[in-house]
Design a protein around this ligand. Structure first.
Ligand SMILES: NC(=O)c1ccc[n+]([C@@H]2O[C@H](COP(=O)([O-])OP(=O)(O)OC[C@H]3O[C@@H](n4cnc5c(N)ncnc54)[C@H](O)[C@@H]3O)[C@@H](O)[C@H]2O)c1
Length: 255
């Protein structure tokens, strides 16, 4: 049965894999047999992450780029194709937030959030998907959305981020609909509150306990808890799953 979860010999690109959820998912893919390409704007951390992945036994490589830079994405994808010969899996975890109430959000920060979270996801999906179509092998694309794509977090200044992640959900469904005929499955993971550097600035303030009181399971998630879900969606274990938004939020969106 566990054979269905194997990623042996698969080639995976993971954006935002220098730290946080991207790094945790990259590790899980490598532990399941995949060769992983770490893509991140943080060159040093990306290089370290790739080194740690290599120690797990497979091949790994890192690229420094900004996912909102289309030319850089195109260049990276063609290099991966020529170095590794194929691309089977893409995970889009690169993302950021700027926390302002909607009345105070600047046009510059709005553009930054949308360019990285939404346009960046479009850039890599389109470019990698084109390679998968050309290969004729199918593939699995996983976009990292957020529970904030489905709700607006109570008492938190994250409205623009929510809008960007709502867009990620619809990009996921649009690509899934158009690429089902090529056996390219496109799904999203919608995490709740995980203990990553993204959340460190506020998790230890008075906002931490307030957020926690809204989580039925009563705790924040460890980054490692997202890994098995990424392996499930990347592998044949989810062979008939596409266009799905898989929520991992300790129950936040129940209430
Ligand atoms: N941590 C959470 O609780 C949580 C909850 C819901 C959704 N998410 C989403 O999960 C994803 C990962 O979040 P995280 O908590 O690991 O954040 P993080 O800040 O720890 O890691 C994000 C990574 O993305 C990279 N990155 C940022 N902008 C980039 C760009 N323009 N180009 C390339 N790389 C870039 C960063 O350098 C970093 O390594 C994000 O899309 C985030 O919105 C996180």
């Amino acid at each position: 049965m566990l054979e269905a979860f194997s990623l042996k010999g698969k080639v995976a690109i993971v954006t935002g894999a220098a730290q946080g959820l991207g790094e945790a998912m990259a590790r899980s893919l490598a532990q399941s047999g995949a060769n992983v390409i770490v893509v991140d704007i943080n060159e040093e951390k990306g290089r370290d992450a790739a080194k740690n992945l290599k120690a797990l036994g497979g091949q790994a490589k890192s690229f420094r780029l900004d996912v909102s830079d289309r030319d850089a994405v195109n260049h990276m994808v063609s290099e991966v194709k020529s170095d590794f010969g194929k691309i089977n899996i893409l995970i889009n975890s690169a993302g950021l937030n700027r926390r302002y109430w909607m009345k105070d959000m600047t046009s510059e920060d709005y553009d930054l959030i949308m360019n990285v979270n939404l346009k960046g996801t479009f850039n890599t999906c389109q470019e990698v998907g084109r390679v998968m179509i050309e290969q004729g092998t199918g593939g699995s694309i996983i976009n990292v959305s957020s529970m904030s794509s489905l709700i607006v977090n109570r008492r938190r200044a994250v409205g623009t981020y929510c809008a960007s992640k709502g867009g990620v959900n619809m990009l996921t469904k649009a690509f899934a609909a158009e690429w089902a005929e090529f056996n390219i499955r496109v799904n999203a993971i919608a995490p709740g509150y995980f203990k990553t550097p993204l959340n460190e600035p506020w998790i230890n303030t008075e906002q931490g306990p307030d957020a926690l009181s809204q989580v039925p399971m009563g705790r924040f998630a460890e980054p490692e808890e997202i890994g098995p879900t990424a392996v499930y969606l990347a592998s044949d274990a989810s062979s008939y799953v596409t266009g799905h938004i898989l929520v991992i939020d300790g129950g936040y969106t129940i209430w």
